[in-house]
Design a protein around this ligand. Structure first.
Ligand SMILES: *Cc1c(COP(=O)(O)O)cnc(C)c1O
Length: 361
């Protein structure tokens, strides 16, 4: 409600405000997915939220965004298992496709990253550096114009996340299968009407079950396949050798294409990918690119995309923290509810009254 007041209000206009305390009631917006007028309102709100985030990014990054482009967002701690690097490999591949044929009709995309790297985590810091370096090349190339943009939001936090989640069209949940315990960012995105591109990992599994496989972009190895591949001797170099698009991307990292002043800068990333690739980026590369092509196709049909967006929100009731806590109370702690007098605080605590609105700074 605080982060996405426009969407909250639209939902309450249609189904009342019972969903605030009982999130399963979101189901009642499902029939409106077939209502063209409701879909138009839904789309308008997403555009307004994108415009709000674009203002924030213009002020903080000095980069102007095209709000009609697909906002492709990955915000979370920077970690190798979360595979921000796989996202970057896709951006470079798209850039190469455009350079090979600048006249081709690719779907305009804005890639937005945010997240902190732990101070001593060298590879994570290198990924942040790479995102910014790829952005410097892509954002300033006239062949690309406003078709591809790459933004790294500095100092990502709950306060900036508050603007990013409601503005996302696509939620990147691309961790190596078997590595993410649950994730909560995936839930925030889906509740705000973003569609997910993701692996069968953590809560992506349950989100996909709830929203329906047809409303979720799935790719990549399963946790079992990851284990089997490792057991039978995974060779990342063979993927590099046999996939020309992948080879071109890695060769550019190795040659200093994105770091002309310091050509060897990204060799640590190249060596890690070619010689161990613990998180199986090369094994999932083609599957990820193919899935991203399906995303681009789907986004061109705005009516159907909006339908899927509405169905994602309508079917996310299960991910209420109230439901989670109630189940813990019943099954784990075996405790009963009891009345607590919150006095004047109660209205605010229930989320029914917002006393402070977030500042953009
Ligand atoms: C939700 C959230 C996270 C967790 O994100 P995941 O995608 O689940 O890793 C981390 N940091 C902030 C600021 C968040 O709001």
């Amino acid at each position: 409600m605080m982060s996405n007041p426009k969407l909250s209000n639209l939902i309450s206009e249609k189904i009342g405000d019972g969903w605030i305390k009982n999130l399963d009631e979101l189901r009642r917006i499902e029939p409106y997915a077939d209502d063209p007028q409701f879909r138009a309102q839904w789309r308008q709100i997403k555009q307004a939220n994108k415009s709000h985030l674009a203002d924030y990014i213009l002020r903080n990054n000095g980069i102007e965004l095209n709000i009609d482009s697909l906002f492709d967002v990955q915000i979370k701690r920077i970690h190798e298992y979360k595979r921000q690097l796989l996202n970057v490999l896709h951006i470079i591949a798209l850039y190469n496709r455009l350079k090979a044929d600048p006249s081709q009709d690719i779907l305009p995309r804005t890639f937005i990253f945010g997240g902190k790297a732990a101070p001593g985590y060298f590879m994570a810091k290198m990924v942040v550096k790479l995102i910014n370096s790829v952005g410097d090349v892509v954002n300033n190339d006239p062949d690309v114009a406003d078709r591809l943009k790459v933004v790294f939001m500095a100092n990502y936090s709950v306060s900036s996340g508050q603007f990013a989640y409601p503005a996302a069209d696509l939620s990147e949940q691309i961790s190596t299968a078997g590595k993410e315990a649950s994730g909560t960012g995936n839930m925030k995105f889906s509740m705000n009407g973003a569609l997910t591109i993701g692996t069968l990992d953590g809560a992506n599994v349950e989100i996909r079950e709830e929203v329906g496989a047809e409303n979720f972009f799935l790719f990549g190895l399963t946790a079992q396949e990851v284990m089997d591949k490792k057991a039978s001797g995974y060779s990342p170099a063979s993927y590099y050798q046999s996939n020309p698009e992948l080879k071109q991307v890695i060769d550019q990292l190795a040659s200093g294409f994105f770091s002309p002043k310091e050509p060897g800068l990204f060799m640590s990333i190249v060596d890690s990918l070619l010689h161990s690739d613990e998180y199986m980026l090369l094994a999932d590369f083609q599957s990820y690119l193919d899935c991203q092509d399906r995303v681009s196709q789907a986004f061109r049909d705005q009516d159907n995309w909006t339908r899927m967006s509405i169905l994602n929100v309508a079917r996310m009731g299960k991910f209420s923290s109230d439901r989670t806590i109630a189940e813990y109370c019943r099954d784990i702690w075996k405790v009963e509810p009891m009345p607590v007098d919150l006095g004047a605080y109660s209205q605010e605590a229930a989320g029914l009254k917002v006393t402070k609105t977030p500042e953009m700074s």
